[in-house]
Design a protein. Structure first.
Length: 125
């Protein structure tokens, strides 16, 4: 899943990941992501992705809030997160989150993102 309010970023990442053979869902703000993941409102039948690429600065609900709410839900707390941020100093605010697998600063190298996703997926049982 890709969660970012910048449509160009979502389009690029979705294209790259689909080209690599991944199924990709998208959300353009944190509230949309939580709804699609079945966290708010609760929907135990909602699909759970293998990894989430999550922007920090978004309208409605930011990446910090989304990360915290995912961590508080039994179904989603183990989903690895790749945090996209334009502000490197924001990294420290996510240190308490157990599910953050990686950080990338915008603008990011698409090859690096693809490599990090591949590494995360290779560790999944």
């Amino acid at each position: 899943m890709i969660v970012d309010d910048e449509r160009d970023v979502v389009t690029l990442v979705k294209f790259l990941l689909e080209r690599d053979g991944h199924m990709v869902t998208t959300a353009f703000d944190g509230a949309d992501a939580l709804a699609k993941l079945g966290v708010e409102p609760a929907n135990p039948a909602a699909p759970v992705p293998d990894v989430i690429v999550l922007d920090v600065m978004m309208p409605i609900l930011d990446g910090f809030t989304v990360s915290a709410r995912l961590g508080g839900d039994a179904r989603t707390k183990g989903i690895p997160l790749i945090i996209l941020t334009a502000k490197g100093e924001m990294r420290d605010l996510f240190q308490v989150s157990q599910n953050v697998a990686s950080y990338l600063e915008k603008p990011f190298d698409p090859k690096t993102l693809r490599e990090r996703i591949a590494a995360i997926l290779a560790k999944k049982p």
